[in-house]
Design a protein around this ligand. Sequence first.
Ligand SMILES: O=C(O)CCC(=O)C(=O)O
Ligand SMILES: [Fe+2]
Length: 291
Amino acid sequence: MSSSQHLTTELRQWITAQLRNGITREALYQAMLSSGWQADLARQALEEQSEEAPPSVSLSLPALQEPQVAIPAGSLPEPDLGDGRSVLLPDGHRVQVLTTLQRPRVVVFGGLLTEEECDAVVAAGRVRLARSETVAAQKEGSEVNAARTSEGMFFERGENEVVQRIEARIAALLRWPLRNGEGLQVLRYRVGAEYQPHYDYFDPRHASSKAILERGGQRVATLVMYLNTPTRGGATVFPDVKLDVMAQKGNAVFFSYDRPEPGTLTLHGGAPVLEGEKWVATKWLREGEFI
Ligand SMILES: O=C(O)CCC(=O)C(=O)O
Ligand SMILES: [Fe+2]
């Protein structure tokens, strides 16, 4: 993010109100990072308020509304790797930075999700996959896309506690507003299943893209989180640069694209699973608020 963010009176009042209502400083700090605040600005804002806002015990907690912080034009989701750190603490949880590539922009994270978080997402996703299988089986002439032989489901944004926690962590890690994110998608690949190389952005020339783009603009970045470790196969591959990221439970691969064009070198796919299953959760980030 550029340094164009600043503390307006409105934002100061919002912070005061949250603190008065008993929101802890830590929760508020995380919420501010999640909504795209620069960390130093968020700290400064909270420090300024430290004397002014004795918490009131009698009020119930209102829903925490993210302040609208404009994202500077042309910026992209990006972790804060500025000083060469290899461990990040987006929400107090330790995330390792394992590998980075400049072009295409790719960052591989270790331990983004805990084992328990992975298992919880798989468990919640599994029952919904099962349901969509039955529907698909009954539907005559439903189209099977040979390029994508996985099965999938979407969570609503903030749908349950674990999804909320993961989304807040991603927003803080990638410094991108939570509300610019699509709901988490879960995919299961069985042996032989794959996702052939593709781009995640919407092709502006396609007629179908118009309606999609009205719901939050282009996708600008992808985070694929591995929910289990397939026995063999299932890497996320980037053919343009011959990069393979192996699927390891809890790890994740992030990549961003500043324009909907192949020149971003973000062609990628899920290689066929050779043994075992592969489960991933994908978070796509939009340029605007996804509604
Ligand atoms: O399964 C993978 O490794 C890639 C998934 C993917 O490309 C997507 O969900 O858009
Ligand atoms: Fe993709």
